[in-house]
Design a protein around this ligand. Structure first.
Ligand SMILES: Cc1ncc(COP(=O)(O)O)c(C=O)c1O
Length: 389
């Protein structure tokens, strides 16, 4: 039995033996979130190379959708200067960053919540809205932070498979809404598929679905798209819809290790989260000063978008020449089906210093590769060729 199939068999046996019924609150409390979500989530997607990779030195680190070009020089200077201010809390800087974001997004200041990365905001929102149980709806496969936390605090997950073109099945998601629905999560563009859901259709979905439940739109990769602001749902917040939009400085701003992100939602929705947890207390002055500098550095962001496009075009062309076919990517990563068993594939790549991710989705193994510099993408292609030998 292939490893993966064995894992699936164990998972389905567990569920068959009543694994789901074990997910009572007491049981949930006694388990780690990650372990719990592995049993309860039942995602179509199974990661085949979790763990270990952070310890190994790599010549091409293409496994966490990090931006190889950041942080910007302006951000680096601001961060270095901020170290000396580390004896003070960063409340003033946080207020200033909130002002900048509010102005750019066309919303009032009380619509903004900051956090150490958007993960923090995904999780805090899940805790605030799902802590009394209920249902959370999202696509499958998709990014799982919010759904995992929602399940860990007692919600059930209603997974709606992506459509054949890998976009969200918005009709299916709408049909899944019940009086029990506490939160709807949409990741656009979606991770790990790199695919996008049409903005016009999504806007109409957000408007109607948000009358029944808050809709959380994760726009972590939005800025890699052409005309990103036309694709964003943030204007719906200004119009009073119960839509929550999350963005991060980890991706296009190249500040993943500095941990800062923000969300934009109605003042009432922000308050429903901040009545439980604080917005700015988890932030360092270094990250705040870096974010302030980067947020205003439009040239850097535009360059990153362009460099990412160049790496994407090169990778796509090379993949096609080798007989691979990726899902068209609107992000800083790309996913494509592989014929080699995923775990062995990842190991062969890692042996050559190339870190990627491998997943199984519906009995097919896939490689997800983050866009690095052109040099890193060349290493990736060289290593990829050896998996075909
Ligand atoms: C779709 C999506 N949302 C959110 C995040 C979290 O990013 P961060 O916590 O660094 O802001 C990631 C990270 O890879 C992601 O892919």
């Amino acid at each position: 039995m292939k490893n993966l199939n064995r894992r699936k068999w164990i998972k389905s046996s567990l569920l068959g033996m009543g694994g789901l019924s074990l997910l009572t609150k007491g049981f949930a409390d006694s388990m780690e979130t990650a372990a719990l979500s592995k049993i309860s989530s039942q995602s179509r997607l199974v990661e085949l190379n979790p763990g270990h990779f952070n310890k190994v030195p790599m010549r091409a680190r293409l496994l966490a959708n990090e931006n190889p070009f950041g942080p910007s020089e302006k951000a680096q200077k601001a961060i270095a200067a901020a170290v000396a201010e580390g004896n003070r809390y960063g409340h003033g800087d946080a207020a200033y960053l909130i002002d900048l974001i509010a102005e750019k997004e066309g919303v009032s200041k009380d619509c903004i919540m900051l956090g150490p990365g958007s993960t923090d905001l995904l999780e805090k929102t899940a805790i605030a809205l799902c802590r009394k149980g209920g249902q959370v709806i999202s696509a499958d496969p998709s990014y799982m932070s919010l759904v995992n936390t929602a399940q860990a605090v007692g919600a059930t997950w209603q997974a709606v498979p992506l459509l054949e073109d890998h976009s969200h099945d918005l009709q299916g998601m709408k049909a899944a809404i019940t009086s029990d629905t506490r939160l709807i999560y949409v990741c656009n563009p979606n991770n790990p598929m790199g695919s996008v859901t049409d903005a016009v259709a999504l806007r109409s979905f957000c408007k109607s679905a948000s009358q029944k439940s808050p809709v959380f739109v994760d726009e972590a990769y939005l800025e890699f798209m052409d005309n990103p602001m036309e694709q964003s749902m943030v204007d719906l917040v200004a119009k009073g819809h119960d839509v929550i939009v999350a963005r991060t400085f980890s991706k296009i701003h190249g500040m993943a290790g500095l941990r800062i992100g923000y969300m934009v939602a109605t003042p009432e929705r922000v308050a429903s989260v901040t009545q439980l947890v604080r917005s700015t207390m988890g932030l360092c002055v270094t990250s705040l000063k870096g974010a302030i500098a980067s947020y205003q550095d439009e040239a850097f962001v535009a360059n990153c978008r362009e460099w990412n496009r160049t790496s994407r075009a090169y990778t796509s062309e090379q993949l096609h020449a080798l007989g691979f076919q990726e899902i068209p990517s609107h992000t800083s990563f790309m996913i494509f089906p592989i014929q080699t068993a995923g775990k062995a594939f990842a190991q062969t790549m890692m042996d050559q210093g190339v870190g990627i991710r491998v997943y199984e989705i519906d009995d097919q193994d896939w490689c997800r590769v983050s866009m690095g510099t052109l040099k890193e993408m060349q290493y990736f292609i060289e290593a990829l060729k050896t998996t075909q030998a």
